[in-house]
Design a protein around this ligand. Sequence first.
Ligand SMILES: NC(=O)c1ccc[n+]([C@@H]2O[C@H](COP(=O)([O-])OP(=O)(O)OC[C@H]3O[C@@H](n4cnc5c(N)ncnc54)[C@H](O)[C@@H]3O)[C@@H](O)[C@H]2O)c1
Length: 385
Amino acid sequence: MKKIPVGVIGTGFIGPAHVEALRRTGLVDVVAIADIDQEVADRKAEQLGIEKAYGDWQKILADPDIEAVHICTPNNLHYPMSKAALEAGKHVVCEKPLAMNSKEAEDLVDVASRTGLVNAIHFNVRYYPLVHQARAMVEKGDIGKIFAIHGSYLQDWLFYETDYNWRLEPEYSGESRAVADIGSHWLDLIEFISGLRVKAVCADFATFHPIRKKPLKPVETYAGKMLSPEDYQDVPINTEDYATVLLEFEGGAKGVMTVNQVAAGRKNRIYFEIDGSKKALAWDSEKPNELWIGRRDGNNEVMIKDPSLMYPEAREIVSFPGGHTEGFPDTTKQMFKQVYSYIASGDYKRGIAPKFPTFKDGHREIMMCEVILKSARERKWVEVK
Ligand SMILES: NC(=O)c1ccc[n+]([C@@H]2O[C@H](COP(=O)([O-])OP(=O)(O)OC[C@H]3O[C@@H](n4cnc5c(N)ncnc54)[C@H](O)[C@@H]3O)[C@@H](O)[C@H]2O)c1
């Protein structure tokens, strides 16, 4: 089978994770990367073993060999790059959040629909095997009617006032930080598993470091915390380090999400519990191969990821037998397998709905994020339209 030629724009933290996952699908050739200038692009292309390196992202779009483009740049570039890529006739896989605001996101949904090209948003957290298992259990009625959903997404990479990254600057990141950056994953995950949509929100935000110390030279995400604090400049911070959001779901279920980027010791922990009328489920992304099943009458269980014990809907995104741990890099691989099988089969031309998250899901997350911001600013409940 002919492999689909792909280009990746942005090669900081997540770009190389895309490259690696794409290669592991067996469906794709990563033929080019682009980054901010030629020197960076050449260096990254050599590290990653990629043939073509562009110092100007537009050249990926002009490259006739390339059929699909991955956008792995800061948030403010997602909209112009995705739009231009679709208009150049390329399929697009974009990082989250899809755009800087719902107007841009809506435009991208329209452009994608007009061009008929495949569009995906990298909500990879859906692709942990036991997340798919939890969804199948909810769908089959195993846990009964959902009463409540609660959980958090906690990180500590912005713990010190000297921790700095473009995500702290609204012109690159958008008006919301913790909610848009990590809350978007949690909300997408919960709606995916429960099949319930958030109907209204009531949010409370905090910025624990109102002034941060910006290093005078740029550093890559997650590498920043390894540097010693010198040559810093004071910068006022206008986006939230922390948010707690009360949630009301369609059908009456209740919920609460806490996101915090200054939670010491929590490296990158996504956690949820779903309390149902028969059973409860709980899952922690730092122990992703265990799903807790809670009971009132009888012993609680811990289900270990094992395809032979899982529902078929979940089994299809498992690559290794029980006891062989699957984690973060595997989620991206599983999602890209679905995206590129969909492209290769031509299903998108026949109007068959994709299984993976698309720009419509990206648009929904941004819309929710805007409603959460409004609620935090006005200190009241706000309906999600
Ligand atoms: N789904 C996930 O799990 C996940 C994880 C991390 C990041 N992300 C998302 O991925 C995006 C990138 O995050 P990151 O952590 O990799 O950031 P990063 O800062 O590590 O990398 C961004 C890259 O984009 C490049 N870039 C900037 N401007 C450019 C331009 N004009 N042309 C070409 N390249 C340009 C930078 O030089 C850098 O290499 C963000 O939107 C983030 O939300 C998603």
